[in-house]
Design a protein around this ligand. Structure first.
Ligand SMILES: Cc1cc2nc3c(=O)[nH]c(=O)nc-3n(C[C@H](O)[C@H](O)[C@H](O)COP(=O)(O)OP(=O)(O)OC[C@H]3O[C@@H](n4cnc5c(N)ncnc54)[C@H](O)[C@@H]3O)c2cc1C
Length: 302
């Protein structure tokens, strides 16, 4: 298969966008990353399934949500990046407790939609800058809540273009992860909340947002927590106590406000971030014996 010429043929038959060698830096919160060989922005499910069936066998495929948890390497991604646009960000009430949302709906928009419909359980999502798709893959959460607690089912397309419904009860969720196959592209999800007083839900959201603003930095180029909290420890504390605060590689720094948030202060390369990650991991291990595990997803070529 001559990939590029075949994809040029596919491009003529779909209504979404296919871009070649598109720089990915604007697709990640770090504002870093080389180009994607192919960047596919499907317009609808038909596009997505057609594309996947046509490129059958090629499985170097990765979906990007808001890119708020993904470091893309300087060498870019030597495969296909799928990025959903507005047509996958729908949200609607199915019955009085149930919401169906598209994979690219932002977490905070789902939280607002739940508030509008007096549904509680979604408040924490107002503090997470990702999409529903990324949230399910990462089992994202904060302040004692996680997305798995409100998820009923996820609708996903496999790399053969087939759609399946997977019930939450059949998924093994863990802290910042789940056992869903990497070859599943989440297209939408069904959530259930509890009817509650609107004012109470609104206050809860405001309190969580204020707490988050107090605890964590904002308005910076970061992907949030770099490492998972190991059992019985806080990653930021281990990093601080190992003497890593203030460390940097080039323009890749550790946030002054939160040691587990790494930041691109302007001209960092992805490699600088990776060097910083490596160095911090080593220092923490040497000092404490604890091996930190990445929460951040790293994709692409060096
Ligand atoms: C300032 C800041 C604060 C943060 N605070 C929190 C927090 O409190 N709690 C928390 O858990 N996280 C937090 N994060 C991390 C991040 O926002 C979450 O992990 C978020 O859920 C990632 O969603 P995303 O759409 O940006 O995913 P991406 O970074 O785009 O992708 C993450 C992973 O999900 C996969 N993925 C994305 N969409 C799909 C899809 N449709 N189908 C299949 N796989 C998909 C990607 O392939 C990748 O493996 C924070 C990040 C920032 C920048």
């Amino acid at each position: 298969m001559n990939l590029i010429s075949d994809i040029k043929e596919i491009k003529k038959k779909i209504s979404g966008q296919i871009l070649f060698d598109e720089k990915l830096s604007s697709y990640s919160w770090f504002n870093l990353g080389g180009p994607a060989k192919i960047l596919f922005k499907p317009k609808n499910l038909n596009d997505l399934s057609f594309f996947l069936k046509e490129i059958k066998g090629l499985n170097n495929i990765k979906v990007l949500g808001a890119g708020s948890n993904t470091l893309i390497r300087d060498g870019g991604f030597n495969g296909t990046i799928i990025k959903f646009g507005k047509s996958f960000s729908h949200m609607s009430l199915f019955d009085e407790n149930t919401i169906i949302a598209g994979a690219s709906a932002l977490d905070k928009n789902l939280s607002s939609f739940a508030l509008e419909n007096s549904l509680s359980g979604f408040e924490f999502l107002s503090c997470i800058p990702g999409t529903i798709g990324g949230g399910i893959r990462m089992n994202s959460g904060c302040y004692g809540e996680e997305i798995s607690k409100i998820l009923i089912s996820v609708q996903a397309m496999d790399f053969n273009g087939k759609v399946r419904v997977i019930y939450s009860s059949d998924i093994k969720f863990s802290y910042r992860g789940c056992n869903l196959d990497d070859n599943l592209i989440f297209i939408s999800a069904t959530f259930r909340g509890q009817k509650d007083n609107k004012e109470k839900i609104k206050n809860k959201i405001e309190n969580l947002i204020n707490k988050k603003k107090k605890d964590q930095p904002s308005q910076i180029k970061t992907c949030g927590s770099t490492f998972k909290n190991p059992k019985n420890y806080k990653a930021w504390e281990l990093i601080k106590n190992s003497g890593c605060d203030g460390m940097n590689f080039g323009d890749a720094y550790i946030s002054e406000k939160h040691c587990n948030f790494f930041v691109n202060k302007g001209k960092a390369r992805s490699q600088d971030l990776e060097n910083l990650i490596h160095e911090v991991k080593n220092k923490v291990f040497n000092k404490t014996g604890v091996s930190l595990e990445l929460e951040l997803q790293i994709i692409g070529e060096k």
